[in-house]
Write a protein that binds this ligand. Structure first.
Ligand code: SF4
Length: 250
């Protein structure tokens, strides 16, 4: 039976593209999430570069089979993807800086090879659904397995991946009209989280996404919600709440 979610009504306005990353930023701090619609993105970091590189190695493994020399393959991944354009911004523009990151990504890849990948179907699957006139939700899951099961590999600690997983599940359900299971696994720590979301849970996520879009379209001044994430927020220099949080955390 088709699983259908009614998307809440949305205020008319300019086109809006909502990604999982923007949604998560909005859930942590509405001001940070809405800042992304004004072009305020956090700078590239070594951690995000290492994450992108590890995911490139995993995708290559899933599509073409095990990699004998991950360090060599990592250099090929960098040269053939937009990671090449991010080297300088991530502060890795010297061999002595880039080399350790390649080693770390290769080590994470070797950890990945110890995990079962039975019933794998597709890697780096793009999700996209227009939910209202000019409102499109997008995402990319690391891999889809039979079930369907949407799986995301984390290159750091597991943290709290549920918001991201539920966003993926929502877009999948809107697109495919089936309820997926979702899973996140930390390659660093081995922690994992698996969940089968209900239609009700996804309806709650849909309502939150609709709120986000209505905020953007009506230019409402958003709430600032300070926390450890202020450290990576591009708005912290103009945000008293963020500066107070950083003073406590430093
Ligand atoms: S610095 Fe912190 S509180 Fe301020 S906008 Fe950014 S995330 Fe929100």
């Amino acid at each position: 039976m088709a699983q259908v979610i009614e998307f809440p009504p949305i205020h008319p306005g300019d086109p809006v593209l909502v990604s999982a990353t923007t949604y998560i930023a909005y859930r942590r701090c509405p001001a940070q999430g809405l800042g992304r619609f004004r072009g305020r993105y956090p700078p590239e970091s070594k951690a995000s570069f290492r994450g992108g590189l590890t995911h490139g190695l995993i995708a290559r493994h899933l599509q073409s089979g095990p990699i004998d020399d991950p360090e060599h393959a990592a250099r090929e991944v960098i040269g053939s993807t937009n990671l090449n354009n991010k080297i300088t911004a991530a502060g890795l523009n010297r061999p002595s800086l880039l080399g350790p990151v390649i080693s770390e990504a290769s080590d994470l890849y070797r950890r990945f090879t110890k995990l079962p990948v039975d019933q794998f179907e597709r890697a780096e699957v793009a999700l996209l659904c227009e939910v209202a006139d000019g409102v499109t939700l997008i995402g990319q899951v690391d891999a889809v397995f039979t079930g369907p099961l949407l799986r995301d590999w984390k290159t750091g600690p597991l943290g709290d991946p549920l918001e991201q997983l539920l966003f993926y599940a929502l877009v999948w359900c809107l697109q495919e009209k089936t309820l997926p299971r979702v899973e996140a696994i930390s390659l660093q720590t081995g922690e994992s989280l698996t969940q089968t979301p209900s239609l009700f849970e996804l309806s709650v996520v849909a309502a939150r996404v609709a709120d986000l879009v209505n905020f953007v379209r009506r230019s409402i001044e958003p709430e600032r919600r300070a926390g450890p994430w202020c450290r990576y927020c591009p708005l912290w220099q103009e945000c008293p709440e963020g500066q107070a949080a950083l003073a406590i955390n430093n």
